[in-house]
Write a new protein. Structure first.
Length: 300
């Protein structure tokens, strides 16, 4: 009990001690002020986030995958970030994966005891063929969740890259990771409710890691998500708009080009380099789908 109460994330926030007595507007102000403190904590970690990202991209370029592992809110945030990568960036569902203590059932329901079982993490990772070429990002606001620490230990034994995301400086998780990212978000608005400042900071960090990786892997051209999957009406309309933005074509002409090309990147190459669809697709294949390289490099 004493160990838990001494954690930075479990301390009492003096600015919100009387939050239940405030007007609604003042209550919102106190929560917003706390969130601003959280943003500053993330900003201080940008160099560490960048170092971790470079290591992640190096492994992914060599064929490795990115795994998030966590329990409760931390696990849910990892699953959320991973699940958004395929539709946004058109990558395989295998490339970025979220592992949560207690499995998919834990996304909506508390699974008692799952987070206290370090051996369970090893089994969960082994079931996904996690290996030395992969990256494991352990997520735990407190930096002490046994399930996450068990996963980190397993990953280290295999020789995988390990990243620890927590909100308590010098935590067990930070010490176990090759790359530690520790936004010290401090006391929560509601004591111990780490789904708030700590959870929001964690989501920001995961957003940066996955988005940065996808940018480096060529899934983005400028700030356009040219690898977007056209799996529904909204995404199909977005793809057409991206073609128009990247080529400067009027919307009707961009739509016609997109339909002829079959994909955003192929359409852009066809227009900018005046190539046929087959020639554009061949060029993309030579550079592993990286649009900027396909447009700018001299290819034999």
């Amino acid at each position: 009990m004493n160990q838990l109460s001494s954690l930075l994330t479990e301390t009492r926030n003096r600015a919100t001690e009387n939050i239940d007595q405030l007007s609604t507007l003042e209550m919102m102000r106190r929560i917003h002020e706390a969130d601003r403190e959280m943003l500053a904590a993330v900003e201080r970690e940008l160099p560490n986030i960048a170092r971790a990202l470079d290591a992640i991209v190096e492994r992914m370029r060599a064929g490795g995958r990115l795994f998030y592992i966590g329990a409760g809110t931390s696990g849910r945030l990892g699953v959320l970030d991973a699940s958004e990568c395929p539709p946004t960036f058109g990558v395989s569902e295998e490339l970025v994966q979220g592992v949560i203590a207690g499995g998919d059932h834990a996304l909506r329901h508390a699974v008692e005891g799952a987070e206290d079982n370090p051996e369970l993490a090893e089994k969960d990772l082994a079931s996904r063929n996690f290996g030395a070429g992969d990256v494991l990002v352990g997520i735990a606001a407190s930096g002490r969740t046994p399930y996450v620490l068990g996963g980190m230990s397993y990953a280290e034994q295999l020789g995988a890259v390990t990243v620890g995301v927590s909100c308590v400086p010098d935590s067990l998780l930070a010490r176990s990771a090759q790359f530690a990212i520790t936004p010290a978000t401090g006391a929560e608005v509601i004591t111990g409710s780490t789904r708030m400042k700590a959870g929001t900071a964690t989501k920001l960090v995961l957003n940066m890691l996955s988005t940065g990786a996808m940018i480096r892997l060529g899934c983005v051209y400028g700030n356009l998500m040219v690898n977007v999957r056209t799996s529904n009406v909204k995404l199909r309309l977005r793809a057409r708009h991206i073609v128009a933005e990247a080529t400067g074509l009027a919307e009707p002409d961009a739509v016609e080009l997109f339909e002829k090309a079959g994909s955003v990147k192929t359409a852009i190459i066809m227009h900018k380099l005046h190539l046929s669809r087959d020639a554009a697709e061949e060029r993309l294949e030579k550079v592993q789908g990286e649009l900027r390289r396909a447009l700018e490099e001299k290819l034999g």
